[in-house]
Design a protein around this ligand. Structure first.
Ligand code: SIN
Length: 366
């Protein structure tokens, strides 16, 4: 039986931080036995099947965005986390490559915003993909400093662009949200009981094997009654889901490529973090585009062999996570004066030790 990760051993002042550091530790490596692996489909006294509304999403609509019929999805909830839903890879064979390509080739393009824009000119960050491909697609020997723009990409924002300084969104910093990602998100949200979900903001995080994401709460959206959706591709991660206080010990779980997580209801505003990237299972190495016959109206397209060579090289050592959020409730608008930050979000981190707002969302947590 899977146990709740380390939660029974660590309580008290900032129990979350202790467990974060435990899973981040390289030497000696932590014991991963307590990390929940939903892909193993274990249900027990803490892990339950989630009830989805399979009638609300037509199989043909699911297929258009590369999803299996909802009735075939394996979805779970966790005791103590009402509103938290974990769907193990609902993507149909051959469709993950399309979403990976969107994350690497399409979404980093202007007018979207990325970390590189913080210290490079718009011309220099104009076409990250084309500028990176010649070097990225050549096999490199050994570990080296990232030299292509794609390898230096840490975050991209979509729709209402998150301002890392003020920790707010604003009406005047908006560019159209990608329609295919809107469609994917609304199918997932609808299946989870959230009809009318309006994907308005996206934050994409790009992780190298030594990256992590600090402890934080996503509370900048103005309507917290709408869910937060999270999609993972490439290498796996250990995800920590805590409580409303840092003293609440978190539960650790794996997020594998294709997995989707929904934080809603009482779980919408919980502390969470990614202390560690871990090697992916065999399925990621076997991912390949094609052999798909998407019907008319599909938004998922065939990925060319040339593009996939670059994407597969990237995800062989990296992880991509997309979070999709609805910022405003129905009829809601931004306040005229943006609210002061003053909230509890911490920063992401990795070994670059840079500040989130200047270049990287990853900052040091000790
Ligand atoms: C986030 O919390 O913003 C992203 C989490 C993840 O990378 O899984």
């Amino acid at each position: 039986m899977a146990k709740m990760a380390a939660s029974v051993v660590e309580t008290g002042e900032d129990a979350f931080r202790k467990i974060f550091k435990l899973y981040k530790r390289r030497s000696p490596p932590p014991d991963f036995n307590d990390v929940i692996d939903f892909s193993k489909c274990v249900t027990n006294d803490k892990i339950f099947p989630a009830k989805l509304d399979s009638a609300a999403v037509h199989d043909s609509d699911a297929a258009k965005v590369g999803l299996h019929p909802v009735q075939d999805w394996k979805a779970f909830t966790l005791q103590g986390y009402p509103g938290f839903i974990f769907i193990t890879n609902p993507f149909s064979r051959g469709s993950q490559p399309f979403w990976v390509r969107q994350c690497l080739k399409t979404y980093p393009q202007k007018p979207n915003v990325c970390n590189l824009d913080m210290h490079m000119s718009p011309t220099d960050t104009q076409d990250i993909w084309t500028k990176s491909v010649p070097n990225l697609s050549c096999p490199s020997v050994g570990k080296r400093e990232p030299r292509t723009l794609l390898e230096r990409l840490r975050w991209v924002t979509l729709g209402y662009h998150y301002n890392w300084n003020s920790k707010t969104y604003s009406a005047n910093h908006y560019t159209p949200f990608p329609s295919e990602l809107h469609l994917l998100s609304s199918q997932i949200a609808t299946a989870c009981g959230f009809t009318g979900f309006n994907a308005e903001a996206g934050i994409l995080n790009y992780y190298r094997s030594d990256s992590s994401l600090g402890i934080h709460v996503d509370e900048s959206e103005l309507d917290h009654s709408r869910p937060l959706l999270s999609f993972s591709f490439g290498q796996s991660a250990i995800f920590l889901l805590g409580g409303t206080h840092r003293q609440d010990p978190p539960t650790a779980m794996y997020m594998h490529s294709g997995d989707v997580m929904i934080m809603s209801g009482q779980s919408r505003l919980l502390y969470h973090a990614v202390p560690r990237i871990v090697p992916a299972n065999q399925e990621v190495a076997a991912l390949e585009p094609g052999q798909c016959s998407w019907e008319g109206g599909a938004v998922v397209e065939q990925v060319s062999e040339e593009d996939w060579t670059v994407c597969s090289r990237y995800i062989h050592s990296s992880r991509i996570n997309m979070t999709v959020r609805q910022v405003l409730g129905q009829g809601q608008s931004f306040p005229e004066i943006p609210p002061l930050p003053g909230h509890i979000e911490e920063h992401q981190e990795d070994n670059t030790k840079r500040k989130r707002y200047s270049d990287s969302p990853y900052t040091e947590e000790t």
